[in-house]
Each structure stands twice: as C-alpha cells, then as structure tokens.
Design a protein around this ligand. Structure first.
Ligand SMILES: [Zn+2]
Length: 214
C-alpha cells in the first residue's frame, strides 16, 4: 500500500525533528517539503510508524504493508494552506518511483483519513487526488460516469471499514473521510443524495480496477 499524509505542523523543519526523535515513535519513509525537496527517513524495506490503528479493504497493521509519505502542510490546525504546485510535482514523481519498485494496486493508494476515519483528517480536502490520478497515481472516477444511487454500506466495497449496523457517529466519520477524498467541495459528513451517488461511482471504479479485493 501507499499512504499519503500531511504533516499538520507549523513547519517542515518541526515535522522532520519530530520524526527524527526516537521518543516520538513516529516516522514515515519519506517527507516532501513545500519546495519539493524530498527527505528519505526510513528504508523502503523497513517498517515505518505512520499509520497507527487503521484498516483498508479488511486489512490491518497497515504499517507492515505500506510505504508512508508525509507531505509538509499545516493542515486543519494551521490554516489549511494550498499545496504548492512544485510540491505536488515532487509527490507525484516520488509516488511513481515507489510504484515502479513495488507491486501496489491503484486501489491500495490511500490517504491517512481513508484508513482511519474519525481519527485522522489528512491529507485533507485540499489534496489534489484527481491531479495524481492524471499522472497514474490512484483512481479517480469522473463524476458524470454513473447516476446510480449507492449506500453507506457500499463504502466497504471501496475499502473503508464500516460495521454492519453503524452508529450515527460512525457514519458521520466514514462519510466525512470519503468526502475529503472523493468530493472535496462538499465535506459535511452527511450521507446526502450526491454523496450516495458518488459512493456508487467510486465503488464501480474500484470494482473495475478489481484485483485488490479479489
Ligand atoms: Zn497522517
């Protein structure tokens, strides 16, 4: 798997110091600065601590099966700045590089919020997932594609963890995580009709892409 994060700290320097501090017990394999500079912190064949308690497509212990990339951005706590163009270019180059070295399904490229809804909000609704998809990194179904109405339970077909009879707060958390990635202009946590249609579109794209859930 490939897991993308934002650092959510005031500066890249602060994030780097935290990830180099053994007591913090947190680090990703890579960090990408706002100016596009890439730091490697952990070898790709080593387990890094970036995902925490998480689940995707029924799999847990994400740290043991993923490469983690931290993207320097203040995030929700520091004004939600835009991701600079040069930084996203570097992220795309790095992701393509990682994909060339490992057998990673497109459906296994995720944001931290996808695998830990309610607990994590990164990389956030400003992260340009559609742009990454244009470059061959991850899936991005077009909105016009399907008019079917999906259901909240269908989120499991994409990979989101959802119980058989979810509580309201669980639905809110997982729907919000879905919206942060797939309908970034409408992050409400509300399973409205537009959201249910979008769930059907993404689920269809994942089904088409296939493999990972087989
Ligand atoms: Zn994260």
């Amino acid at each position: 798997m490939l897991v993308l994060h934002y650092t959510g700290m005031e500066t890249g320097r602060a994030a780097l110091e935290r990830m180099c501090d053994p007591d913090a017990k947190v680090a990703a394999h890579y960090m990408v600065e706002e100016d596009g500079q890439i730091y490697q912190l952990v070898d790709e064949n080593k387990r890094a601590w970036h995902a925490g308690v998480a689940s995707w497509q029924g799999l847990e212990d994400i740290n043991s099966r993923s490469i983690g990339i931290e993207i320097v951005n203040g995030g929700h706590d520091y004004g939600m700045p835009d991701f600079p163009e040069v930084q996203i270019d570097a992220v795309i180059t790095l992701c393509k590089d990682v994909l060339s070295r490992h057998d990673i399904f497109q459906s296994s490229i995720v944001g931290h919020s996808d695998i830990a809804p309610g607990r994590k909000d990164d990389p956030g609704e400003k992260f340009p997932w559609s742009r990454l998809c244009e470059e061959g990194v991850g899936l991005w179904p077009l909105r016009e594609n399907a008019l079917a109405v999906g259901s909240v339970q269908q989120l499991a077909e994409i990979g989101y963890e959802i119980t058989a009879e979810p509580s309201r707060s669980e639905v809110y958390a997982v729907v919000k995580a879905f919206q942060q990635r797939w309908m970034q202009d409408n992050v409400t946590g509300d399973a409205c009709l537009e959201t249910l249609c979008r769930i059907a579109q993404v689920a269809a794209a994942y089904k088409e892409n296939g493999k990972a859930l087989a």
